[in-house]
Design a protein around this ligand. Structure first.
Ligand SMILES: Cc1ncc(COP(=O)(O)O)c(C=O)c1O
Ligand SMILES: [Zn+2]
Length: 440
């Protein structure tokens, strides 16, 4: 059998190792109800990314193109699935996703945006490269994170190793009322898997309608008097998982497998930039809510040899990552951040108002890999004021011509703030991720 590139997982906090073939090993073995402060990171051999042939990018499924780099691939191989069977399983699952979502997973567009670069005053040496996720499955990048979790579940069934074979499938569970909820319900519907979505009391609008169409069970989560601090939806989600539900989560500490497929975005960007223009990127500005997007984009870019500075963007309304970065710096820097989780990261209160409401997670759950990526690349956090959020959103809609939400456009807001500060030069090359579509 072909040796896998991926050895498994290692916890950044306690060092525990999880073997690649271990089924349903979603969290660090030392993570508990009382202490969720653990973060598994992928342990993989360094291997060059194969160029997936971007001339036909629209036709290429990134999970197939970068298959050998996935933890999922090592998992399926370790459990006896041949390479041919692995490729068939991914393709088959993708077709089922496409039947529900209207599209399967395809490498998304990434190019220098001429008008936006000119509008922001970049020279021809520099510019803004836009990764457009608005046409991805479920209208955002979120399904990338969830696809590898689903692939593991389907793999266990196809190998006859699913522990639920005689009892029936356990529910999937997710705490979200935004893009992640839509992505999760879309993937669940693709395979007819029951899903419970934990949402706040005030949730409504187009996301809720889509969840209903997709036949997800929506569970409203008011704060209870006895609840500890933090998001009550996350508390109810954890209770469901403790009672047997599968954590279909886009937060690494709840399910590290979301950090597997999420890396496809960085692998795509790295191979796309290498193909289009060999001079690489100087900066990447990524909007951060719970942190998995930035962690995965950074990991994927690093694997592709792109050493751009990673800037994690948050808004003034909610900036726990920037606070954690300062706290960690005061106490000796990013190298020792893992030992000081409790002293660096805790819920942001009160959360303010912003148009970029998809990145107001009161805790940056995946803060550790983001802090590490910012430190190793010479980047850092950026906190944008609301006027930049609104102007960035307007630029993405009117100049870039992308029908993004304010959250989806927030990387451009971070870029505006960095340009204002003189932290980015007009002859440098900057990438942003327009991560989600405007729903109506
Ligand atoms: C469109 C969009 N972009 C970015 C993010 C932030 O991703 P993360 O929570 O992984 O930091 C979200 C999260 O909800 C989102 O919906
Ligand atoms: Zn651990």
């Amino acid at each position: 059998m072909q040796r896998s590139l991926v050895a498994g997982w290692r916890c950044l906090v306690c060092g525990a190792h999880v073997d690649v073939g271990e089924p349903l090993a979603w969290r660090c073995p030392n993570s508990s109800a009382a202490d969720r402060r653990h973060e598994l990171a992928v342990v993989a051999a360094e291997a060059p990314l194969t160029d997936p042939g971007l001339d036909q990018a629209e036709a290429v499924n990134p999970f197939l193109a970068f298959r050998e780099h996935l933890v999922w691939d090592g998992f399926a191989a370790a459990n006896g699935m041949t390479a041919a069977a692995r490729a068939i399983l991914l393709d088959d699952l993708d077709q089922r996703v496409a039947a529900v979502a209207g599209t399967g997973f395809r490498i998304t567009p990434f190019a220098r945006h001429e008008a936006l670069s000119a509008e922001l005053g970049f020279t021809t040496d520099g510019g803004v490269w836009v990764k457009d996720e608005t046409g991805n499955v479920g209208g955002s990048h979120k399904a990338r994170h969830l696809f590898t979790i689903l692939a593991q579940l389907v793999t266990l069934e196809s190998l006859g190793r699913a522990p639920w074979a005689s009892t029936g499938r356990p529910d999937l569970a997710i705490a979200s009322c935004g893009n992640a909820a839509v992505a999760a319900a879309t993937l669940a519907a693709a395979v007819g898997w029951p899903i419970r979505v934990f949402v706040p009391e005030w949730a409504g609008g187009p996301v809720m309608s889509r969840l209903t169409e997709l036949q997800a069970t929506v569970v409203t989560c008011p704060r209870r008097p006895e609840d500890p601090p933090g998001d009550p939806c996350v508390l109810r989600f954890r209770e469901a998982v403790a009672a047997g539900a599968i954590p279909f989560s886009v937060q690494g500490p709840e399910n590290a497998w979301c950090l597997d497929g999420g890396r496809t975005i960085g692998w795509e960007m790295a191979t796309q930039i290498a193909r289009l223009d060999a001079s690489g990127l100087d900066h990447v500005v990524v909007q951060v809510g719970a942190g998995a997007l930035a962690a995965c984009a950074a990991a994927g870019l690093r694997a592709g040899g792109i050493g751009a500075r990673i800037h994690a963007m948050q808004t003034e309304a909610c900036a726990p990552l920037e606070r954690a970065w300062r706290r960690a710096a005061d106490a000796g820097g990013a190298d020792h951040a893992a030992d000081r989780w409790a002293a660096c990261m805790w819920p942001w209160e009160p959360v303010g108002q912003t148009a970029a409401d998809g990145i107001v997670d009161d805790e940056t759950y995946d803060w550790l890999p983001v802090v590490e990526a910012m430190a190793t690349t010479g980047g850092g956090p950026v906190v944008s004021q609301e006027h930049d959020v609104l102007r960035g959103w307007q630029l993405v809609r009117d100049v870039a011509g992308i029908d993004a939400s304010a959250t989806g456009a927030a990387g451009v807001a971070g870029l505006l703030t960095l340009l204002d500060r003189g932290a980015i030069d007009p002859d440098q090359r900057v990438a942003v991720i327009v991560s989600g579509v405007q729903r109506r």
